[in-house]
Design a binder for this molecule. Structure first.
Ligand code: ADP
Ligand code: MG
Length: 235
């Protein structure tokens, strides 16, 4: 569990997001408040269309909110330009989507190395870090395998390892288990719990599997863009 007295790694303050919709607008996020601390993993549940993916997009600074503030590792993102936001995402945010969009021609290790090398790290350092992270996600034996030689669960593990390459402060995960069977889903959620603890990252995981919510610290529910306050996940 996290040190709750520290300042949050991710903070959303009164965030509203309107999308144009014909003559009017759709309110995808309606005055949402959320704090996630280092080492904390929050489950985000709610029906389809309730605003879960919109929340992750705004938290990732991929979409600007209509109003409200987003702080990442204490940085107010509101005043930042595109270049600064790109750098902030690269340095502080890991994003994991349902489909691990791995490059078909690269090995598991290369998927990780290339992302770190693009950050300006030396190839050597990137190779060492990639080997370390593949070990963390249980794929030490698969470093040389290409995506088609891996199972769906293994591909998602590569995806998770890749998202951790930049040592992010915030991990945003959208339905990571939607394409997996029950057993593999559970092991992916357990892995997200483990890396959240081990790397002191602040994680938000959108999930339809309420069954795995007890593996996380708290659960927040979205409905029509409105978020209920996160409540502890353990009974
Ligand atoms: P969820 O992930 O919970 O299914 P979303 O965040 O994808 O929900 O969608 C929330 C609402 O915003 C829905 O009404 C959806 O139709 C709308 N929406 C999402 N993305 C866009 C977009 N790019 N343009 C217009 N409306 C959108
Ligand atoms: Mg969604």
């Amino acid at each position: 569990m996290s040190a709750q007295n520290s300042s949050p790694s991710l903070s959303l303050l009164n965030v509203t997001l309107d999308y144009p919709d014909g003559e009017g607008t759709i309110t995808a996020l309606d005055a949402v408040n959320m704090n996630v601390h280092a080492g904390e993993i929050i489950s985000l549940i709610g029906p389809s269309g309730s605003g879960k993916s919109s929340l992750l997009a705004v938290a990732a600074t991929l979409v600007k909110p209509t109003s409200g503030l987003i702080f990442i590792d204490g940085i107010d993102t509101q005043g930042l330009g595109d270049k600064e936001l790109t750098a902030l995402r690269r340095d502080k945010v890991g994003i994991i989507f349902q489909q691990p969009n791995l490059l078909a021609s690269l090995t598991a290790a290369e998927q990780l190395i290339i992302s770190d090398h693009l950050r300006g790290k030396s190839l050597r350092a990137a190779e060492a870090r990639a080997a370390e992270l593949l070990d963390v996600v249980g794929l030490a034996d698969c470093a040389k395998k290409r995506p088609h030689q891996l199972s769906g669960g293994q591909r998602q593990r590569v995806n998770i390892a890749r998202a951790l390459m930049g040592d992010p402060k915030v991990l945003l995960v959208d339905e990571p288990t939607a394409a997996l069977d029950h057993e593999r889903s559970e092991s992916i959620v357990r892995l997200l719990r483990k890396v959240t603890d081990e790397f002191s990252v602040a994680t938000v995981m959108v999930t339809h599997d309420t069954e795995f919510v007890p593996l996380t610290d708290a659960v927040a529910t979205m409905r029509d863009g409105v978020m209920t306050a996160a409540v502890p996940a353990m009974q």
